[in-house]
Design a protein around this ligand. Sequence first.
Ligand code: HPA
Length: 280
Amino acid sequence: MHSKEQISHDEYQKTADWLRSQTRHRPQVAIICGTGLGMLADALKCQDSFAYSDIPGFPLSTVHKAEQTADQRTDRKEPTKITTFPVRVFKLLGVKTLIVTNAAGALADGLQPGDIMIIKDHVNFPGLVGLNPLTGPNDDKFGPRFPAMSACYDKDLRCLAMDIAKQLGVSGLMQEGVYAMVGGPNFESIAEAKLLHRLGVDAVGMSTAPEVVVATHCGLRVFGLSLITNKVVKSYVDSDSVNHEDVLEVGRLRSQTVQQLVTEMISRMDINNNTTNNAV
Ligand code: HPA
């Protein structure tokens, strides 16, 4: 028996079965496109595409979690359980690797707007205070009650990304770093930015960590990229402040590079000793 806040295994299975009945593709890699990075899907050849609203059980795509709590379909379920729903569906579809991308603000002095940060580790602030998609009864069919998060961003894939960046001549734009997820939807105050920076965070955004937690729990291999869209204001003498339009603009500016990088990664990653470019 599942409480109303929980999503049952059957609900994930129903969605996966529906998708399998609608396409002959059997993807090995899934990509979650962050704010302003939806163009990653354009690189897919032979696509079958579905509107979120047509997929049974799928959450509607919104920019910020705050809007999702107002969505009728969320019922009484906790928002991170809704946003991570597709990850378990990917698992049931046979996906082995999840690629996550997001837009993030730079706290590290060495990161500039337009840079691409390979996520080495994360701080899941909502998770630390209990907004964690794995709360409630554990679904043992997906993974263990207390999963480790000490190696959630696959090292081989991080190395592969760096190699590819060199070949594409964009290694100057790329470095590894620690990503922190905050709840949003407001951008950080200066005191919050200073705090995050002191805690060792290189870039901050409002997404991704719950999906990575759920993917790691069910044994998916994860690769993550943050596109740095702005510098987070950390000083009271700065007059700059970030806005959503700037975030989208940097997405457009770097769309081709991010697309090339991700496409090349998928074609070169070793999936059960097969190289494939199937993705959803
Ligand atoms: N803070 C939080 N989320 C973000 C930012 C930021 O500065 N930029 C893009 N997403």
